[in-house]
Ligand binder design. Structure first.
Ligand code: PMP
Length: 361
């Protein structure tokens, strides 16, 4: 007798398998800022005081209260997760009955499709079209035609860095009785959040994360915000002690400090704007085909040399993300990182364009 993997399990690939070490990592949309030394000391103290022999608070009350305080929402609407990734998986495996369909758009965050595939949930994928933007009416038509029960999307979008404004999201939420999950992982960098309105709708869950603007990716902490009925389902369905005690203790300290939402965000946006301006400069020289506007902390660019440039950047110790064979996603780093990235891109693209003997196309 021998155990055999199924075709589903045999085909599984780890998320983003970037191997090797890189001097400059601009591939994962993390913040380039750490909590201040003072705050890290306070956080270390909170971690040291954690009762390691006890299970942590199953509802992560303190950290949810700190998050609710930071964003001025009601604590009763907040559920904490082991990263928003866990919450995405939880939602996709909880709110659908067997055979019910999910809608995802393309391009979008790959984990939505990954988690539907692993639970064998049927997933309809709607291509966004050439402008890479979501058309609310097309979404509503597809939901109706395909009998979709849940639509999940990132807003602003990873990887395109484009956003769908609040009015357009309202149109989707109010135009259907499917459950709408708006993943606002990057909404700290834009001003079109639905967080304040989460309990106005019976079919809305908003996801947030501490991994991006809040600069706490290592702690693995995310939040779902929804009306009390949906929140009760999330709390009932999640694993009992999903957010570990060290994370709860440390993040509660960090999230009580408004710095993380306000000043840090300003610095991250400044870095993003500087990066985008530099990339647009490369486009004006005919070295890039397209630089998308960004509502996030990263840039999304199009070039026919994407694969070559991605590989050559890696050889020089700089890691970005490659999408398909024409797009690169580049996280805004600190000043020195942005500068080196832009100088290296300028150099590599000029070589590529010169070799082909043409312009950026
Ligand atoms: N949603 C989106 C759109 C993301 O880009 C990411 C991280 N890449 C996540 C969710 C997951 O974040 P977390 O670290 O909270 O699991």
């Amino acid at each position: 007798m021998s155990y055999k993997l199924t075709s589903k399990t045999a085909a599984l690939q780890p998320y983003d398998p970037s191997e090797g070490t890189y001097r400059i990592r601009l591939d994962a949309n993390e913040s380039f800022l750490m909590p201040t030394v003072d705050d890290r000391e306070l956080m270390a103290g909170a971690a040291a005081d954690t009762a390691l022999n006890r299970y942590p608070d199953p509802l992560a009350e303190e950290v949810c209260r700190a998050f609710a305080g930071l964003y001025e929402i009601r604590r009763e609407l907040v559920t904490a997760g082991n990263g928003s990734d866990e919450l995405i998986s939880l939602i996709l495996s909880t709110f659908l009955q067997k055979g019910e369909k999910v809608l995802s758009v393309s391009p979008d965050f790959s984990m939505y499709r990954f988690y539907t595939a692993i639970t064998e949930t049927p997933c309809v994928v709607m291509d966004k079209g050439d402008d890479l933007r979501i058309d609310p009416q097309r979404v509503l038509d597809t939901i109706q035609q395909e009998n979709i029960r849940l639509f999940i999307f990132s807003n602003p979008c990873n990887p395109t860095s484009l956003g769908l404004d609040r009015e357009a999201v309202h149109t989707i939420i109010t135009g259907t009785d499917a459950l709408i999950v708006v993943d606002e992982a990057y909404m700290d960098f834009w001003d079109q959040s639905l967080l304040q309105e989460a309990d106005r709708y019976d079919n809305l869950i908003v996801l947030r994360t501490a991994s991006k603007a809040l600069g706490l990716a290592a702690l693995r902490l995310g939040f779902a915000v929804a009306n009390p009925t949906l929140t009760a389902v999330l709390r009932a369905a999640k694993s009992p002690y999903n957010v570990n005690g060290i994370t709860q203790a440390m993040a509660a300290v960090a999230l009580r400090n408004r710095l993380y939402k306000d000043e840090y965000r300003t610095l991250l946006i400044k870095s993003r704007d500087w990066l985008i301006a530099g990339l647009k400069g490369l486009r004006e020289q005919g070295l890039l085909d397209k630089v998308y506007d960004s509502c996030t902390n990263f840039a999304y660019v199009e070039t026919i040399y994407a694969v070559e440039v991605y590989e050559k950047l890696k050889e020089r110790g700089i890691l970005v993300r490659l999408f398909g064979d024409r797009h690169l996603r580049i996280t805004a780093g600190n000043e020195a990182e942005n500068r080196e990235l832009l100088d290296t891109l300028d150099f590599l693209l000029k070589i590529a364009v010169h070799r082909v003997g043409g312009k950026g196309k």
